[in-house]
Design a binder for this molecule. Structure first.
Ligand SMILES: [Zn+2]
Length: 152
């Protein structure tokens, strides 16, 4: 059905072309959600956006990274995507849970327009998947309201 398996696309060779070795680390050279979570489109420009670390973790462990954990790195190198450095961080162990972003028209518009999965959008706007889902709902409710002038 044309679905692309990210783990099949992100090969060692693919990674080498998009990273720079720094010490033991492989530093991602392309875009990153919020400057911290390496992201890429899979299967061309129209393809889905994925979080590179999550895909690599999945490739190494043979299972999807659980939804309640975040993909971090043990080395502390920003944008490192070395598969041996990628660790699952339980959100509950984070010192400060990400606050829900305030609702504002720009944010709602951005969420309404975005075609990224919730987890990618959440990383970009520093929210949680549940937060993004709630915002998407709010944005959908507000989208197409047409006012008709009454008695004008
Ligand atoms: Zn590293």
């Amino acid at each position: 059905m044309g679905a692309v398996n990210p783990a099949a696309v992100i090969t060692d060779e693919w990674l080498r072309a998009r990273t720079k070795p720094v010490g033991d680390c492989l530093v991602w050279q392309l875009s990153a959600a919020h400057g911290t979570q390496p992201t890429t489109k899979i299967g061309g420009r129209k393809g889905p956006m994925v979080l590179v670390r999550r895909v690599l973790w999945q490739r190494k462990h043979g299972q999807s990274m659980p939804r309640h954990v975040l993909a971090g790195v043990s080395c502390g190198t920003p944008l490192c995507v070395h598969e041996d450095h990628i660790v699952a961080i339980d959100r509950k162990e984070l010192p400060d849970p990400a606050p829900e972003p305030p609702l504002n028209p720009q944010l709602l518009h951005a969420i309404g327009e975005a075609d990224e999965p919730n987890e990618v959008l959440a990383a970009r706007i520093r929210s949680t998947e549940a937060g993004v889902a709630a915002l998407r709902l709010a944005s959908a409710w507000r989208a197409p309201i047409h006012h008709h002038a009454v008695g004008a």
